[in-house]
Design a protein around this ligand. Structure first.
Ligand code: NAD
Length: 305
């Protein structure tokens, strides 16, 4: 296996690695030589309770297969402690997979502020805290791979998941900016929106679908995005059930209104077709490209055009 993608010498943190996708990512990385911090606070899928068993089991599994792993039972809200576990154990850190997550699904009509807050704290604040603690080490060594776990619910919206959608698309925005800030230091940052059978999806998907959508179908993309040879950054992928695809923003050619005179709601109504027609769509990849039509319009106005 001369060209097997290996992670020898690399230290990875996988949050929420006691179950489902995180466990699968961790097992794959460890089987390819990475030393892995198995973080999991071992609570329920709605965020209640905690136990060391989930993380311990995965550590034992990795060790039994001849790999190296250490357990950490802190919540991702205590990100510093999770990063410290990597540094105390192996004195380095190369890869962070922000994966830990819970659900508090309910229609917006019934959603409490606690449902909103808890989802924010685990997914967004947790990923922020772990990443903030890891960032200086990655910058100093001029190397890092970060992966964030988004969701189709964030990309497309999903009934009963206003809180979760907010957090999951928030992670994409977070990852996009880290990709820009990390590029010069060889810190590459991506996000995945996975689909997999796990205790998180077993309540919403039929059993045969849960069984078929194995987390092992997602982890190879996660591993590749965290590999030294992978140069992808600032990207979002959908992955699961054997399907992998990259997403991007698409924008209609749009309508440009002449400046220096009132733009009325009636003018918007009249131009609705050109504002919303995707036939000449473009795919801006950064803020400058996004702003280009605005700048062009300002320039043409200043030239009296
Ligand atoms: P899972 O419940 O099997 O695993 C999540 C793990 O995170 C659990 O072991 C849990 O104990 C741990 N965790 C929860 N809160 C934590 C905290 N505060 N600190 C540390 N660990 C914590 O679920 P999964 O399906 O494997 O989900 C993994 C990630 O993928 C989540 O972020 C989830 O939102 C995301 N996701 C999953 C799917 C899917 O189809 N399974 C779809 C979209 C997104």
């Amino acid at each position: 296996m001369g060209n097997e993608l290996r992670f020898d010498g690399k230290v990875a943190i996988v949050t929420g690695a006691g179950n489902g996708l995180g466990r699968s990512h961790a097992l794959l990385l460890a089987s390819r030589g990475a030393k892995v911090v198995i973080n999991d606070l071992g609570g329920s899928s709605t965020g209640g309770g905690r136990a060391s068993e989930a993380a311990d089991k995965v550590v034992a599994e990795i060790k039994a297969a001849g790999g190296e792993a250490v357990a950490n039972y802190d919540s991702v809200e205590d990100g510093t402690k999770i990063v410290q576990t990597a540094l105390d154990t192996w004195k380095r850190l190369d890869i962070v997979i922000n994966n830990a997550g819970i659900l508090r699904d309910t229609s917006f009509q019934k959603m409490t502020e606690q449902d909103w807050e808890l989802i924010y704290r685990v997914h967004l604040l947790g990923a922020f805290r772990v990443t903030q603690a890891a960032w200086p080490h990655l910058r100093d060594q001029g190397y890092g791979r970060l992966l964030f776990t988004a969701s189709a619910a964030g990309i497309y919206g999903n009934f009963g998941q206003a809180n979760y959608s907010m957090a999951k698309l928030g992670l994409v925005g977070f990852a996009n900016t880290l990709a820009i800030e990390g590029r010069k230091k060889n810190i590459l940052v991506n996000a995945i929106a996975p689909i997999a059978g796990s205790r998180m999806t077993e309540t919403v998907l039929p059993k045969e679908v849960v069984d078929a959508l194995r987390p092992e179908y997602v982890s190879p993309l996660a591993a590749w995005l965290c590999h030294e040879e992978c140069q992808e950054t600032g990207s979002l992928f959908e992955v699961g059930g054997g399907f992998m695809a990259k997403l991007r923003w698409e924008r209609t050619r749009g309508k440009v209104f002449k400046l220096g005179r009132a733009i009325t709601p009636e003018a918007v109504q009249k131009s609705w077709e050109s504002i919303t027609d995707f036939t000449e769509a473009t795919h801006p990849t950064d803020v400058a490209a996004g702003m280009q039509p605005v700048m062009d319009n300002l320039t043409s106005q200043s030239k009296g055009g």
